[in-house]
Design a binder for this molecule. Structure first.
Ligand SMILES: [Zn+2]
Length: 181
């Protein structure tokens, strides 16, 4: 058996959990400059289970070239939990126990690679008139329109949250909206 190597992480995405949640995007801030480092700049492995996924990767910041390790668990509720295990062990173990994902088409690889996790600015969306309340002194709109699609308010973004489902829109005000379907 040949030794498996870390591969571009987007080969493992989107992650689909048993509860129906899908995680399409994943990113970590660079430990040195703070730039968001997204899937195309990570090489590693993701072991997917029904309720959680274990991720271990080597990331390289596209801005400052700083290299760092990413070891975490993504829950089916889309929370990202840091794993406190030695990186070399986690990478080795996951590579050893995880099948390589089937190759996907170049087009869908590109779509995943280009999906950005940066929040959308409030100024880029049209706000619905209805307000649900206030968050950090700003109104929470019941719905927003972005690029011709309506999104309904879903929840307040959590600080550690860096994984979004496909139909979700993250506003820089710290609010997450879900595409009306
Ligand atoms: Zn950097």
């Amino acid at each position: 058996m040949t030794k498996k190597q870390p591969i571009p992480l987007y080969r493992y995405f989107p992650l689909q959990f048993a509860n129906g949640n899908v995680v399409k995007r994943f990113a970590k801030p660079c430990l040195k400059c703070g730039e968001w480092v997204e899937l195309p700049h990570m090489y590693g492995v993701v072991k997917q289970q029904a309720e959680r996924a274990f991720l271990s990767a080597n990331a390289e910041c596209p801005k400052c070239a700083h290299k760092f390790a990413v070891d975490c668990m993504i829950t089916s509720e889309k929370l990202v939990v840091k794993m406190h295990l030695p990186h070399a062990f986690m990478l080795w173990y996951l590579l050893r126990t995880t099948p390589t994902p089937p190759a996907i088409s170049a087009a869908s690889q590109q779509a995943v690679a280009q999906a950005s996790l940066k929040p959308v600015a409030m100024s880029e969306v049209e706000l619905a008139v209805d307000q649900l309340g206030q968050y950090q002194g700003k109104p929470i709109p019941a719905a927003v329109s972005y690029k011709g699609e309506w999104y309904d308010f879903e929840r307040v973004a959590m600080k550690q949250e860096r994984a979004l489902a496909k139909e979700e829109l993250w506003l820089d005000a710290g609010l997450i909206f879900k595409k009306r379907g």
